[in-house]
Write a protein that binds this ligand. Structure first.
Ligand code: PGA
Length: 242
């Protein structure tokens, strides 16, 4: 990848997804026990499509790795295709030549989502902590479901979704859309050894500028990632024309 500045790598849009998939496969090859937190959404989807081929190119095996879901909607029934656990299973887990050792998802079907959040953090800790968190970037600067106003100490928790996140869920086919979700908190994200923020497409250009060059502020939760020693932002040249 071409390092453009600081923590930023910019790839031509046509090569971006292959570049990210290869980088991910190389991480897994280097650390077979990788504890990897993954998002859903339109940004990582082309990366996930390319992952099996990238793993094969890298000679990487996933059977010892752990995959951890970044966030989840509340109120959608188990198996609903828009549920984040269903999306990640369909797009990542199922196409893998061999399943990972663990696929950790939130227990949102039980009576107490707040308790499920505490259990989630405990399970991540038992797994040895997150090695790598991969994130998409919301047009409002959110990461996971950590919406504007979220501070760096925010725990894994139940949250009220921002209108743009609700609209996105509706667009994906959740009708009626959920109003709440659970998300790995900013504290949990910042505790990871590495963070990769994936940014693609022109519609993310303005928020990427704000994340990189604007103030570090809870108004733009992704700006709080700046200063994390393991932060890497991988953009395509539609999102960062230079
Ligand atoms: P997107 O969403 O990848 O679908 O653009 C990113 C996000 O809102 O976190």
């Amino acid at each position: 990848m071409t390092a453009a500045r600081r923590d930023l790598s910019v790839l031509p849009a046509a090569d971006w997804a292959d570049g990210v998939a290869d980088a991910l496969a190389q991480r897994i090859e280097a650390r077979p026990h990788l504890v990897l937190c993954l998002p859903t959404g339109s940004t990582p989807r082309p990366v996930y499509e390319r992952l099996p081929a990238a793993l094969s190119r890298a000679g990487a095996a996933t059977r010892q790795a752990s995959v951890v879901l970044l966030d989840e909607y509340l109120g959608l029934p188990a198996g609903h295709p828009v549920r984040c656990d269903a999306q990640l299973h369909r797009q990542v887990i199922k196409p893998l030549p061999e399943p990972p050792a663990t696929f950790l998802a939130f227990d949102v079907d039980g009576p107490d989502p707040a308790a499920a959040c505490a259990a989630y953090d405990a399970a991540i800790e038992r797994a040895g902590g997150l090695d790598l968190v991969v994130l998409g970037l919301g047009t409002n600067g959110h990461i996971g479901m950590n919406e504007p106003g979220t501070g760096p100490d925010a725990p894994t928790r139940v949250i009220e979704l921002a209108p743009s996140t609700i609209a996105a869920a509706l667009a994906y086919g959740a009708d009626p859309p959920p109003g709440h979700g659970v998300t790995l908190g900013l504290a949990g994200i910042l505790a990871a050894r590495e963070i990769w923020l994936l940014v693609s497409g022109e519609r993310k250009a303005a928020i990427l500028r704000a994340v990189l060059d604007g103030p570090v502020t809870t108004d733009v939760p992704a700006s709080l990632l700046r200063g994390h020693p393991g932060l890497r932002i991988v953009a395509d040249d539609d999102a960062w024309p230079g």
